[in-house]
Ligand binder design. Sequence first.
Ligand code: SF4
Length: 398
Amino acid sequence: MPYSASRLETYRQCPQKFKFTYVDGIKTASEGIEAFMGSRVHETLETLYTDLKFCKTVTLESLLDFYHRSWAKAWHDDVKIVREDLTPDNYEALGEKCVVDYYNHYTPFDQGRTLGIEHRVNFDLDPEGQYSILGFIDRISQPKDKVIWIHDYKAKSHLPSQQDLDEDRQLAFYQMAIKQLWPDIEEVELVWHYVMFDQEIHSRRSDAQLEELRQETITLIQEIESATDFPSKKSGLCNWCEHQSICPQFKHLFETKDLPPNEYMGEPGVQLGERLVYLQAEEEKIKKELKQVKEALTDYTKKKGVETVFTKDHKILVKFYSNIKFPGRKDPGRQNLEKLIRDAGLWDVSSSLDVYALARLIDKSGWDVEVVEKIKKFGTPDQTPWIKAFPKNQRRGW
Ligand code: SF4
């Protein structure tokens, strides 16, 4: 299977999506409107630079005319709009603004000689040619002798940080390809055009960084090729995933959301889910009430001076265990206690200071008596109640 930056990124983002798309080859007509708009802006900029290459005069009007015709021609019913407050017209206008800003920013387009547009690259990561990368470079330009700029147009609504782009793999792969194609080139600059923001961001890669990426990528491809399990990985990107309706994370929703109300309520998954939600809420309520009753029972037995309370069919045992209560994580004295334990070389034994374990351990520890006494000073005597109900005729617990 040929790999590209986007295939590898898909695997990183969600192995299940990778499997649907590239292993099972499932194709869907559905695409997000952001991707649709990005493709139209790409086509328009491709046309711009192709016309310029042939010395054609390109006016902004003719470019926008191309953009709108391309939009109308490519539009289809499966373009998905996630944001309910926006319409296709809003996106078409946004794409138009990207083209206008780009045109005004770069006209008369004399920043460098264009060497390639939508330039296909296919290069090997290893000498045996076992692992290779395929890609299309939006544009390659030469601003001066022995210097190459690799351009990529992004129509994303999020402007990444410099650090994000310094770690980006896609254009770094293209740099590897350029270095194989033209070994005499002395400098390669990676240039992103974030057209929604009219921003141009640059980055560079050293040979050492490219080598690291090469090895990392081979390892990732080996992992993909030996994978037998492709888990789904939910993220914000799911909203734009074209496989939602067959994905294990969302399939049930798609299968049930349009059922008539009576069928919906009778659907076994819905029924079990509703029951689980109800029982969990009840469990929480019961836990809370149980805690309150135990506290009240503890007070009652203390006041009455009894250790067992009898009901019609049960006897309830209430016992108290003497204990030492050490300061919790946020309590005063905690830091000093931790220091004392560390200084005494007991940190590993008391396992990152679990105060409950410490309370259980301290008297049977066999530690230095002086240290034990010092540690005990951090604690306060406490009594832990133990409460349990038994049937009246059961002997257990007596
Ligand atoms: S919907 Fe989300 S979890 Fe499911 S395949 Fe797509 S990206 Fe992965």
